[in-house]
Design a protein around this ligand. Structure first.
Ligand code: ZN
Length: 216
């Protein structure tokens, strides 16, 4: 049976496998931006764009137990920073709310629903930034592959991994803050979906639940 267990242990990350990784994400200066840490390993269906392309490419071919430094340039991460995603709105647009620099919120834009960050407040003018907070950044991932397994047919159909806790349970890719009306119970793109707040940095924006998972 030694041969069999060896085979099992050496399943490589490839299309139609579910890979669980622990990661620490740092910027160019070595500051930690995000880490799987207490969330536990991030589980993703490989090849289904659950995570940013650079990280998905980085784990390809690895086996459980492997560690690796993965360098992800902006074009394989969250894109280049675009000045076109800056817009000015009058302070009055916020009504009774008091905007503050750094505040983030969802808004419908001509590019669809996006997370906007208040970048600057200059008198009566507020500058909103529609870039992802990691746009333009080179990402340094320290990853460890925790497990690799074959994907279940329903996972392939849904385009994301399922866990013991159900579709969005327990620390997997696209879970995190999904508790309470989690990603599988809301329609794609609807406000308040699981990817709308505090998503793990490694997770591709819109990746989670983008198939409008109906599993429950
Ligand atoms: Zn599902």
């Amino acid at each position: 049976m030694a041969v069999n267990s060896t085979l099992l242990n050496t399943m490589r990350v490839a299309k139609e496998t579910v890979v669980a990784i622990e990661y620490t994400l740092k910027d160019d200066q070595g500051n930690i931006i995000d880490a799987s840490g207490d969330r536990g390993p991030m589980e993703c269906l490989h090849g289904a764009q659950n995570i940013i392309p650079g990280l998905e490419q980085g784990v390809e071919g690895l086996v459980a137990g492997d560690t690796k430094n993965v360098l992800v340039p902006p074009q394989l991460g969250y894109g280049e920073y675009s000045e076109k995603l800056l817009q000015l709105v009058p302070l009055t647009a916020f009504g009774a709310n008091t905007p503050q620099v750094g505040m983030r919120f969802h808004a419908e834009t001509n590019l669809g629903m996006r997370v906007l960050t208040i970048k600057k407040i200059d008198g009566e003018e507020v500058t909103l930034d529609g870039n992802h907070e990691l746009a333009g950044k080179t990402l340094h991932f320290d990853i460890k592959v925790v497990s690799v397994r074959a994907a279940e047919p329903t996972e392939l159909a849904h385009g994301h991994p399922h866990q013991s806790g159900g579709c969005c349970g327990g620390g997997g890719c696209g879970s995190g803050e999904a508790s309470g009306g989690g990603c599988c119970s809301t329609e794609e793109g609807s406000e308040g979906g699981c990817c709308s707040t505090e998503e793990p940095a490694a997770q591709k924006q819109g990746g989670c639940g983008s198939g409008g998972c109906g599993c429950s």
